[in-house]
Write a protein that binds this ligand. Structure first.
Ligand SMILES: Nc1ncnc2c1ncn2[C@@H]1O[C@H](COP(=O)(O)OP(=O)(O)OP(=O)(O)O)[C@@H](O)[C@H]1O
Ligand SMILES: [Mg+2]
Length: 230
């Protein structure tokens, strides 16, 4: 992102002049008070929102110049855990989690075994045939995470992925993200959880009222001061 801003007609300055670079294979946290713009920043990253000003590149390409097919391809390489889960209500948990594989044309016995394995791993093996409405908040969150990682995305964007689970499960989920990161997935986790931020020593992007503040020196993720100041 280079000098990226997001304004809504009724609400200017939701994101203000944010410049940052997340190298392929890096891991970082995004934190800040409620309303600071964390979800909005992730929305930019998964092409759910266009910047009002500034330049946004994903996989080295300016998103403003992507064709519809190219945008769809970029989206297919991103795994997103939404703050509000967004599971498909009329589909079983198994089908929700398997969906990204099916969309990619992957439905072999091996693929189906992998869905089962991941469901077991996130503790939902016994709920594979349940509908989302039959699950608790934390169970839905784990289903949303399984769906986001099932197709081994190049980038995983997780919005408060541990907001509804206890510390033990939260830790386990973060370890899953670390495993994916070791295999090359770039990981971005928005979180309020100070205990997660302290336990995992990854670079942290701090947002306040739409601006990046207090940038920790970053080994993996680099947030730049305004370009002109460099
Ligand atoms: N579609 C929209 N139209 C107008 N304002 C919006 C819209 N979406 C978000 N906002 C505003 O943008 C600001 C940032 O919202 P955002 O959801 O990014 O915050 P957040 O840091 O994720 O907060 P939380 O920690 O509560 O999830 C908030 O003030 C919110 O009211
Ligand atoms: Mg949010």
């Amino acid at each position: 992102m280079d000098q990226v801003s997001v304004d809504y007609p009724s609400r200017p300055g939701i994101i203000r002049n944010v410049s940052l670079h997340l190298p392929a294979g890096s891991f970082c946290f995004v934190t800040g008070p409620s309303g600071a713009g964390k979800t909005t920043l992730l929305k930019l990253m998964f092409l759910g929102l266009r910047p009002t000003a500034g330049t946004l590149q994903v996989f080295g390409r300016d998103v403003a110049s992507l064709s519809r097919d190219q945008r769809a391809y970029v989206r297919s390489r991103l795994g997103v855990v939404f703050q509000d889960f967004r599971l498909i209500e009329h589909m079983s948990i198994y089908d929700n989690v398997a969906l990204p594989l099916r969309l990619a044309g992957k439905d072999s016995q091996g693929d189906r075994d992998y869905v089962r394995e991941l469901l077991d791993w996130v503790g939902l093996g016994d709920h594979a045939q349940a509908k989302p409405e039959e699950l608790s908040g934390g169970q839905k969150q784990r289903a949303a995470i399984a769906r986001a990682v099932i197709n081994r995305p190049a980038v995983l964007l997780a919005d408060e992925p541990t907001g509804n689970v206890d510390d033990g499960i939260g830790l386990k989920l973060l370890r899953l993200f670390e495993e994916l990161n070791k295999l090359g997935t770039t990981v971005v986790v928005a979180t309020h959880s100070e205990s997660l931020l302290q336990r995992f020593e990854y670079p942290t992007l701090r947002l306040k009222q739409g601006q990046l503040v207090d940038r920790a020196p970053a080994a993996g993720a680099v947030a730049e001061q305004e370009r002109g100041a460099l």
